[in-house]
Design a protein around this ligand. Structure first.
Ligand SMILES: CC(C)(COP(=O)(O)OP(=O)(O)OC[C@H]1O[C@@H](n2cnc3c(N)ncnc32)[C@H](O)[C@@H]1OP(=O)(O)O)[C@@H](O)C(=O)NCCC(=O)NCCS
Length: 130
């Protein structure tokens, strides 16, 4: 598997379409994606938006249904921190509903909020990068 930063593309949008049957705002507004590829095939994506210089927000992690429960979601989260650090990022915020809190705790994210919406309960995490 390869983990990298990419711009939006047709195959990333298709991954969301496959699962949600909709390509929603956080995908359209993304300024980039951390992706996982198996050969040429995109099997996981995590969109981010640089909302201020050096400050990023992540939402809507997805792993292809055929590749779930193999640690790919977790690896995308781990790689995102290293890959963004290399670009000079200073701050990461995450809004997450599904991935267990301890995965973010292990990476030293701080939980700062819990938001309830029609989509469920989302935990909000923050990480300062030094
Ligand atoms: C949520 C999702 C991204 C997880 O990806 P994944 O590659 O299957 O996750 P991993 O195999 O890396 O699992 C990471 C950990 O999360 C746990 N986990 C994964 N999916 C889970 C779920 N739906 N509910 C609770 N725990 C879950 C795993 O047990 C694992 O724990 P471990 O470290 O103790 O083994 C994937 O299931 C997915 O795409 N779901 C649909 C979209 C979605 O709900 N996205 C979240 C939007 S906020």
């Amino acid at each position: 598997m390869r983990y990298q930063i990419e711009d939006n593309s047709k195959d990333i949008k298709q991954l969301y379409w496959l699962y949600y049957r909709i390509v929603f705002g956080s995908i359209k507004d993304a300024t980039g994606f951390i992706t996982s590829r198996d050969g040429d095939k995109v099997i996981g994506a995590w969109p981010f938006r640089e909302y201020k210089p050096g400050k990023f927000i992540f939402k809507s992690l997805i792993v292809h249904p055929d590749y779930r429960n193999q640690g790919i979601g977790k690896a995308i989260i781990q790689h995102s921190v290293e890959l963004l650090k290399e670009t000079g990022a200073r701050f990461i915020k995450v809004r997450n509903r599904t991935v267990p809190r301890r995965i973010f705790d292990d990476l030293e994210f701080q939980q700062v909020d819990v938001e309830k919406s029609s989509g469920g309960k989302f935990r909000v995490f923050e990480l300062e990068l030094f």
